[in-house]
Design a protein around this ligand. Structure first.
Ligand SMILES: *Cc1c(COP(=O)(O)O)cnc(C)c1O
Length: 389
C-alpha cells in the first residue's frame, strides 16, 4: 500500500491517495455521491467542523484521494479540486485579488485566463500587465508596489514558449510576490514548479490527468504559505468538482506515466518528421534542438507531452480544408490530453501581439495521441500532399 517514503513518480501515480482498507479492500476509492453527511449524536454534530467529511461540497473520500495524489505529484503541501481548469485559474487569481491589485500575466497565457483578467478582474479594480514570456529576470521592471501575482505558463498556449521559471521566481521572491503557473502541459509529471520555487501550480485535469476526453476538472496544488488562502477562496466561491469526474480523474491518473511516455515518444517522432516537410515553415516543440526554448526545457523538464504547434506556409482556407477534412486519425475540436490525436488551426487572441515568426502562414496546434506514430505520420503526409496538390 501507499507510504510517505520517497518513490518514483510512476510508483506514486499507482499508489498515492489509495485508501483500500477503508473500503473493504477495494482497490479504487469509490464514488461518494453525497450532499448530506449524518452525525450520530449531538456531540459529534456540534464538533462537525473538525470532521474529515462533513458535507458534500466540503469534500468526500473520493475528492480527498485525488487531491492527495495530485499534491504529491506536484510536491505541494496540498491540492484543491475545482470543476474545470478555468475555475482553478480564476480561483487562484481571486485568492490574491483585491481592489487596486496588479497582476502580471504572460502574453502566451491561456485565452480564458486572459479574458478573465481583462473583463471580470478589470471590473473589480484589478489591473493586469501582459509580459513577453521570454522576459526572464527583466520582469523586475514591470513590478509595481501593488503587484500581487506573477503568473507563468510554460510552454505558453498555442505558441509554446518556454519560460525561465527560476529567473522569474527569484525576482518575485525578492519582492515577496506570490507566483503561480499553469502546469497543464506537463501534467505535473514533466515539470515540478514547486521545486523551482513557484508557490501555486494549477492544472486543467481535464487534459492529461483525465486522459480520455470525457471529464472537466481543475486542480490547484499549493505550498504551505498559499494553500490556506487557496482552500478558503475555493470554499467561499462554493466550488466543488463532481464525484464522477473526480473518480475518472483518479482512474486517469493511475496510467499517467505510461501514457505520457508514449505521448512523449510519438510527439517527438511526429515533430521531427514535420520539421522536414515542405510547406511547414516552423515546428514549435521545445524538445527540438532548434527550438528557442530547447535549452530551458532541457534544464527544467524531464520530458515533453504530445501537444505542440507548427506553422504552415499556406494559409488558404480551402487548401487547409483539403488537408484537415480528409484525415483518418486527427480530429478537430477543443481540448487535448486524451488518447486520441487532434489537429486544428490556431487563432491567437486579438489582444495578443503575434510573434514575428508566425506572422506569415497558418499556425496549427497538434495533439499526438496514443495511436501508432507511423499511422499518424502517414495520415499527415497524405494530408499535406492533398493541401499542396
Ligand atoms: C484547457 C486548458 C485550460 C482550461 O481547462 P478547462 O478544464 O477546459 O477549463 C487551462 N489552461 C490550459 C493551458 C489549457 O490548455
Amino acid at each position: 500500500m501507499d507510504s510517505e517514503e520517497p518513490m518514483q513518480d510512476a510508483s506514486l501515480l499507482a499508489h498515492a491517495g489509495r485508501t483500500s482498507r477503508e473500503h473493504f479492500g477495494v482497490v479504487n476509492t469509490p464514488i461518494y455521491q453525497a450532499s448530506t453527511v449524518l452525525f450520530p449524536t449531538l456531540e459529534t454534530y456540534d464538533r462537525r467542523e473538525s470532521a474529515k467529511v462533513r458535507y458534500g461540497r466540503r469534500g468526500t473520500p473520493t475528492t480527498m484521494a485525488l487531491e492527495e495524489a495530485i499534491a504529491r505529484l506536484e510536491r505541494a503541501a496540498g491540492a484543491v479540486l475545482t470543476p474545470s481548469g478555468v475555475s482553478a485559474i480564476t480561483t487562484t487569481f481571486l485568492a490574491v485579488a483585491e481592489p487596486g491589485a496588479h497582476l502580471l500575466l504572460p502574453q502566451s497565457v491561456y485565452a480564458s485566463a486572459r479574458s478573465f483578467a481583462t473583463t471580470f478582474l478589470e471590473r473589480i479594480g484589478v489591473s493586469t500587465t501582459f509580459y513577453e514570456p521570454g522576459i526572464g529576470g527583466d520582469i523586475e521592471q514591470l513590478l509595481r508596489p501593488e503587484t500581487r501575482l506573477v503568473w507563468l505558463e510554460s510552454p505558453g498556449s498555442l505558441t509554446f514558449e518556454i519560460q525561465d521559471v527560476a529567473a522569474i521566481v527569484a525576482v518575485a521572491k525578492k519582492h515577496a510576490i506570490v507566483t503561480g503557473i499553469d502546469n497543464t502541459w506537463s501534467a505535473g509529471y514533466f515539470l515540478k514548479p514547486l521545486e523551482l520555487g513557484v508557490d501555486i501550480s494549477v492544472q486543467a485535469a481535464t487534459k492529461y490527468i483525465g486522459g480520455h476526453s470525457d471529464i472537466m476538472l481543475g486542480a490547484i496544488a499549493a505550498n504551505d504559505a498559499t494553500l490556506p488562502l487557496v482552500r478558503e477562496t475555493a470554499g467561499k466561491l462554493g466550488l466543488c468538482a463532481g464525484p464522477h469526474d473526480v473518480y475518472l480523474g483518479l482512474r486517469g491518473l493511475r496510467t499517467l506515466a505510461a501514457r505520457l511516455a508514449q505521448h512523449y515518444r510519438s510527439g517527438m517522432a511526429v515533430a521531427q518528421w514535420l520539421e522536414r516537410q515542405p510547406g511547414v515553415s516552423c515546428v514549435l516543440h521545445p524538445g527540438l534542438e532548434r527550438d528557442p526554448g530547447h535549452a530551458l526545457w532541457k534544464r527544467d523538464f524531464t520530458g515533453a507531452t504530445g501537444l505542440f504547434g507548427f506553422v504552415l506556409e499556406e494559409s488558404d482556407r480551402g487548401r487547409l480544408a483539403r488537408m484537415l477534412d480528409g484525415l483518418r486519425f486527427f480530429g478537430m475540436g477543443a481540448s487535448w490530453g486524451g488518447f486520441e490525436s487532434l489537429l486544428t488551426p490556431s487563432a491567437l487572441p486579438k489582444a495578443r501581439p503575434c510573434p514575428e515568426r508566425f506572422q506569415a502562414g497558418q499556425l496549427m496546434r497538434i495533439h499526438v495521441g496514443l495511436e501508432d506514430a507511423s499511422d499518424l505520420i502517414a495520415d499527415l503526409d497524405a494530408g499535406l500532399k492533398r493541401m499542396r496538390r
